[in-house]
Design a protein around this ligand. Sequence first.
Ligand SMILES: [Zn+2]
Ligand SMILES: [Zn+2]
Length: 216
Amino acid sequence: MPSTRTHAPRGALVFDMRQLGRQAGSALTQTRTVPAPDDLRLELIGVPAGADVPLEVRFEAVSEGVLATGTAIAPLAGECARCLAPLTSSVTVGFQELYLYAEGRHDRHDKHDKHDKHDEQEEQDAGEIYHLDGDLLDLEPAFRDAVVLALPMSPLCREDCPGLCAECGAPLADAGPGHRHDAAVDPRWAALQQLSEQGNDKHQDRRAGAIDLQEG
Ligand SMILES: [Zn+2]
Ligand SMILES: [Zn+2]
């Protein structure tokens, strides 16, 4: 049985820079709708893997590489941070990253088996240095960083979402403005009330009740 890929095919965000050339100052704008890569999400919201993401990128040759300046509209799906209702929305993401020409990195590419993980880690710690792979520019890491930064930490189904009733957990938007629990008595008062009733009814229980009260 052939396996079906549910995630973005590798290379959906790879752009060929041959057309651009290396003449500093030359520029090229490309538009493309790409399937969203996997794992673009925070706890409450994210971009559904494979969802259509319209993307426009301007590539500009500079002396040391290619400057990529892009805008993407990422669809979002998640849940409201206040009322937990499912929500969908979208976010417009802008990014600009310099991709360096790969000269000087060929050695490392050839010795791929002994790939220097340490160097790569240092580069990442220093704040992501991107390189072209020959004429190919893989926009995915830059795109990914930009989208994750743009995801809301506390997504809301609507800006004035009233959240959930602290008392019964009902969504207040559904429950209506009149929703309240007047009859409810603070459990501590309820305990006191019970004690005083017990005290009135059965004198021998008064001592035990007093101890309960102190503990409470
Ligand atoms: Zn909500
Ligand atoms: Zn309630």
